[in-house]
Design a protein around this ligand. Structure first.
Ligand SMILES: [Zn+2]
Length: 109
């Protein structure tokens, strides 16, 4: 039965939503306005984008690869599960807030 109200969903279901969103972003990035009918975005297609779009495209491809590897949402810095609130803001992130802060401090020093 469907209701307008959003039900509480499992982590897996929420991650699947993030994945669908990233796949859509990637197709938009690669195919522009004709993204709807477009198929899979390849690494070759991403490599041909202008630098800014290419960087984001590579991040999205990497995040989708991590989905397939089963490591999506796990911080590459400390290994914790990255909270959904952060993933929903930056779905392609590879690190938790603490690790991203630590890295930024390192860059500044
Ligand atoms: Zn971390």
């Amino acid at each position: 039965m469907r209701t307008l109200e959003k039900k509480k969903t499992s982590t897996a279901a929420r991650h699947a939503e993030l994945r669908a969103g990233m796949e859509e972003d990637l197709r938009r990035l690669a195919f522009g306005r004709s993204w709807r009918g477009a198929g899979q975005v390849t690494m070759e297609a991403v490599q041909q984008l202008e630098p800014r779009a290419r960087r984001r495209g590579l991040e999205l491809l990497d995040a989708l690869r991590r989905f397939d590897a089963g490591t999506y949402g796990i911080c590459t810095g400390c290994g914790i599960r990255i909270p959904y609130v952060r993933l929903s803001a930056i779905p392609e992130t590879t690190v938790c807030v603490e690790c991203s802060g630590a890295r930024e401090l390192l860059f500044r020093a």
